[in-house]
Design a protein. Structure first.
Length: 145
């Protein structure tokens, strides 16, 4: 029978995954984020809440992912240069299956949330986003022990 992967017989072990991605914005927009001058609110705090919620909602979005008891979601930000912001999400659980999809979902949603919060500042005169993009969403670490 086809469906979800059967994890019934798997051992419960510690799982951890770190995923990251980068959003490219105008320098002025990234400066506004760091100065707390975004009309919709504190981008870092709101995005952290969005990422945590997204990690927990992964099985609702991806039906072949098992519902798991996540024990930790952490979010870090790093300004790489004047235009690029890296978002890194770490997810932990003690479960029968890994947490990389939760980490990927969280970082992807975090990046989308940032874009949504700053799109007013990123649009050009035609309403396009020629200087804005998301790149390099990837799992950079996976732990199973």
């Amino acid at each position: 029978m086809e469906g979800m992967v059967d994890i019934t017989g798997k051992e419960v072990v510690y799982r951890e995954a770190i995923a990251e991605g980068i959003i490219r914005l105008k320098k002025e927009t990234l400066d506004r984020i760091y100065e707390g001058e975004i009309e919709k609110g504190n981008v870092f705090e709101i995005t952290k809440a969005v990422a945590i919620n997204a990690a927990k909602a992964t099985p609702s979005l991806l039906p072949f992912c098992h519902p798991i008891r996540i024990t930790y979601v952490g979010v870090k930000y790093e300004r790489l240069d004047e235009n690029r912001l890296k978002v890194r999400v770490k997810v932990k659980a003690t479960e029968k299956t890994g947490v990389e999809m939760e980490a990927l979902t969280a970082v992807s949603t975090a990046l989308l949330n940032i874009w949504d919060m700053v799109k007013k500042y990123e649009k050009d005169l035609e309403g396009q986003y020629p200087e804005t993009w998301i790149e390099r969403i990837e799992v950079v670490q996976k732990v199973k022990k």
